[in-house]
Design a protein around this ligand. Structure first.
Ligand code: IVH
Length: 266
């Protein structure tokens, strides 16, 4: 096993509260609405089933990548992350950006962006065929395959594992965005991998429709998702709601029911 250097997280890496049915989701929306005391919008996105990663960019360059670890301190997997093809080493200047003395670059000097590293089904199946051929234990699921691959001893081997990353949460001091959606749109314009499956809604009815749509449609995605994440979109409202010891009060996961199959008992 490889020992990775460890670094403290600037902001703790928390988990999400889970909901399993629409009434729990409505309870989340009611609590958020009471806390905010105003109308707000919901950002709905896929819940990627992989391993969480926290990237720090400084002056437009990838500075460090940390795993969640215990949420307070994470493992430095920067060199391994440099071998994941859709994570840029350097950000790109969006077309039409004109530097000014007060705004010399399109991105904040330093920011964190968190997301999930996962292994698409095709890469997972290919890896397990190779492992069985080499008489190695196959991975039980793409999530284990992703976290195992992210911790490979030889960083160059990571490049062959077909890992992908999707980023879903930007953090930093005094970020100039009003909404979560604006922050992610900005990240996408710098070439960071942000999901195209994101929608903003006004009502829980629309959120429920979106969940029902993806509960079926997820079977056609090239990677595993185990739910939908519903977030308060307005950043000042997120701040107002804050966090419990474990979870943000401004977001919740809706978990899909696990796939079930019938088996014949002989
Ligand atoms: S937001 C403060 N958005 O699911 C936590 N998390 O079970 C903010 N995850 O810890 C996290 N897809 O590792 C967020 N679209 C998404 C996500 C997502 C997957 C992971 C993340 C989180 C875990 C909770």
């Amino acid at each position: 096993r490889r020992e990775f250097a460890q670094y403290p997280h600037k902001y703790p890496m928390l988990s999400l509260g889970n909901t399993y049915d629409m009434s729990e989701l409505e309870a989340f929306a009611d609590r958020a609405g009471k806390g905010i005391g105003n109308s707000f919008t919901f950002s709905c996105e896929l819940k990627f089933d992989g391993t969480a990663i926290c990237l720090t960019y400084r002056n437009g360059r990838l500075h460090r990548a940390l795993t969640r670890g215990d949420g307070t301190v994470g493992d430095d997997v920067t060199e391994n992350v440099r071998n994941i093809s859709n994570i840029p080493q350097s950000l790109k200047v969006p077309a039409g950006f004109v530097p000014a003395p007060a705004i010399p670059s399109p991105w904040p000097e330093e920011f964190e962006i968190r997301g999930e590293i996962y292994m698409p089904w095709a890469a997972f199946e290919r890896l397990n065929i190779e492992r069985e051929r080499d008489e190695e234990q196959p991975f039980a699921n793409p999530r284990n395959a992703a976290s195992g691959s992210l911790k490979l001893i030889d960083s160059r081997m990571v490049a062959n594992r077909g890992l992908e990353c999707t980023l879903y949460h930007m953090l930093g001091e005094d970020l100039p965005y009003e909404t979560h959606a604006q922050a992610l749109d900005a990240a996408a314009s710098w070439g960071l991998p942000v999901s195209e499956h994101r929608r903003i809604f006004n009502t829980t009815e629309e959120v429920e429709e979106y969940i029902n749509y993806w509960d079926t449609e997820r079977k056609n995605l090239p990677f595993a998702t185990d739910g939908i994440v519903v977030k308060v979109n307005e950043l000042p409202y997120q701040e107002e709601l804050g966090y419990t010891a474990k979870f943000p009060r401004w977001a919740v996961a809706y978990k899909f029911k696990a796939e079930q199959a019938l088996t014949k008992l002989l």
